[in-house]
Design a protein around this ligand. Structure first.
Ligand SMILES: *[C@@H]1O[C@H](CO)[C@@H](O)[C@H](O)[C@H]1NC(C)=O
Ligand SMILES: *[C@@H]1O[C@H](CO)[C@@H](O)[C@H](O)[C@H]1NC(C)=O
Ligand SMILES: *[C@@H]1O[C@H](CO)[C@@H](O)[C@H](O)[C@H]1NC(C)=O
Length: 170
């Protein structure tokens, strides 16, 4: 198996399935639990944290900072925000995801799954690694949406120390 299978801490059934498959399959098998498993989401919009603090907060809940690996997951994230009633009170969203290039400039990975980004959801001018000062550039990625403008659920690289809302997933 070349990829690591991530399961939530609570999801012991998944772990059992993985070990079972490893015994059964002698050859290289790709098991993409991320695409098929049912994720649960927790949208935090009542306070803002830096990217690292948000990551920590999600781990503290037994969850991970959100990843958006395909269209289905993007729809699930949008639905979660929509169902929270967020758009009744807010006009725009800046929400941390687990996407980052902290490890190597320009190489973006979802920290929660260890996978590269597949969907191209970048905003027109991003990622631009905008330089804030001599030791601060943009290595962490937020999902942004402006309700009344044409910016529709795009990814935007930001300074990891910026404090935004965030979402956790199982
Ligand atoms: C969190 O940040 C957003 C902007 O991204 C801001 O509108 C909101 O007031 C902040 N929330 C708190 C609790 O400071
Ligand atoms: C959010 O919900 C409203 C109805 O409450 C619906 O009109 C809208 O299309 C939904 N948006 C998304 C992105 O699901
Ligand atoms: C980087 O992109 C953001 C939009 O996400 C834009 O506001 C900012 O001006 C850009 N910075 C540079 C240096 O291009």
């Amino acid at each position: 198996m070349s990829r690591r299978v991530r399961c939530s801490v609570k999801d012991s059934m998944c772990l059992i399935l993985v070990s079972f498959s490893l015994v059964q399959a002698q050859q290289h098998v790709e098991i993409d639990f991320a695409a098929s498993r049912h994720k649960e989401y927790l949208f935090i919009s009542t306070f803002n944290l830096s990217w690292h603090k948000a990551f920590e907060y999600c781990r503290g809940q037994g969850m991970f900072l959100v990843s958006i690996q395909n269209r289905e997951e993007l729809e699930a994230v949008k639905d979660t925000i929509n169902m929270s009633g967020f758009w009744k009170k807010n006009h725009y969203l800046h929400m941390w995801t687990s996407l980052n290039d902290i490890g190597e400039e320009g190489q973006y990975y979802w920290a929660s799954t260890g996978t590269r980004t597949q969907l191209d959801l970048w905003r027109d001018t991003d990622p631009n690694n905008s330089q804030h000062d001599t030791c601060t550039d943009e290595d962490c990625v937020a999902l942004v949406h402006f309700r009344d403008l044409t910016v529709t659920y795009g990814l935007d690289d930001r300074a990891c120390s910026s404090e935004f809302m965030f979402m956790c997933e199982t």
